[in-house]
Design a protein around this ligand. Structure first.
Ligand code: SF4
Length: 286
């Protein structure tokens, strides 16, 4: 492993900083500690183009073939260094020294990889070798667009069987909002159907990123639509666990970056109060 030259902080999420291809470690605000990420798209390809995305060179494209043997090797190496404490010393970790999760995240949509299920098996085997008890959970951080594919649904159920959970992106609950913020060719109805399918497959948190775009935070109409979507989800047989409502910690690396700014914490907390009327728990990360 190459030496990390910068301190690992919650605002430094350079996925290549540890010199590995398929895995990386970050300090995660939402996981509240060190998160080991599995990056199935080191080619920076995603099927969405969120205006706030922090992936450099993001482009629409296909996932590359995953070198499962390399993934296994890199996971074993990184987890061993974390367990020995060597990782924290090498990288002068600024924050809680605790491995909080293994997360399928990275530089694209993890479920887009045809080898997503095999990569879950690889991560489960690596996790089983940890001495840490209880074992950290496995998470998938997803835009949810591919949940209806049978292979993805089966993989999510496999995660569920291992005590895993999903963080499902819902930045807007209108067609216009999804097109504007995520540049996603989907509809709010489809996104909600996928969310319901995801919730049925495994424990799921909604994750909603809020920020100011073109000088204004989400409009009252967009916030009302999100509240209605959360209220509808709260009534499902398998409702989401809650909403992770978070502001931007790091700058967008997309062309839209100059049009994006953080919202005031007071605005975020007022939005959380409104969304809480849906009956879902709201976990705020300013
Ligand atoms: S879904 Fe994730 S990786 Fe894809 S564009 Fe959006 S933020 Fe970036």
């Amino acid at each position: 492993m190459e030496q990390l030259v910068t301190r690992l902080t919650s605002v430094d999420h350079d996925r290549g900083a540890q010199g590995l291809v398929w895995v990386y470690a970050v300090l995660s605000r939402r996981a509240r500690g060190v998160s080991v990420g599995v990056n199935l798209q080191p080619n920076n390809a995603c099927n969405w183009h969120c205006v706030y995305c922090q992936v450099p060179g993001l482009h629409v494209g296909k996932s590359p073939p995953v070198d499962l043997a390399a993934l296994e090797r890199e996971l074993a190496q990184l987890l061993a260094e974390i367990e020995s404490g060597e990782f924290y010393e090498q990288h002068r970790v600024d924050g809680p020294r605790e491995l909080r999760d293994l997360a399928f995240a990275g530089n694209g949509e993890p479920t887009a990889s045809p080898q997503f299920a095999e990569a879950i098996d690889t991560a489960l085997a690596a996790r089983a070798r940890l001495r840490q008890r209880p074992l950290p959970p496995l998470r998938v951080i997803t835009n949810g667009s591919l949940v209806a594919l049978p292979r993805v649904e089966a993989a999510l159920r496999k995660l569920a069987g291992a005590g895993g959970e999903a963080w499902f992106k819902l930045d807007a609950a209108t067609d216009a909002g999804l097109a504007r913020l995520n540049r996603a060719s989907t509809t709010a109805a489809k996104q909600m159907a996928n969310l319901e399918r995801c919730c049925a497959a495994l424990p799921t948190w909604i994750q909603t990123c809020v920020f100011s775009f073109d000088g204004a935070p989400p409009s009252p109409a967009e916030l009302d639509a999100l509240e209605r979507a959360c209220a509808a989800a709260a009534a499902w047989p398998s409702p989401p666990r809650g909403v992770l409502l978070y502001g931007l910690a790091r700058p967008s690396l997309q062309a839209e970056a100059p049009r994006i700014a953080r919202v005031e914490e007071a605005w975020l907390r007022a939005a959380a109060q409104q969304l809480a009327r849906s009956g879902l728990a709201i976990d705020v990360h300013p």
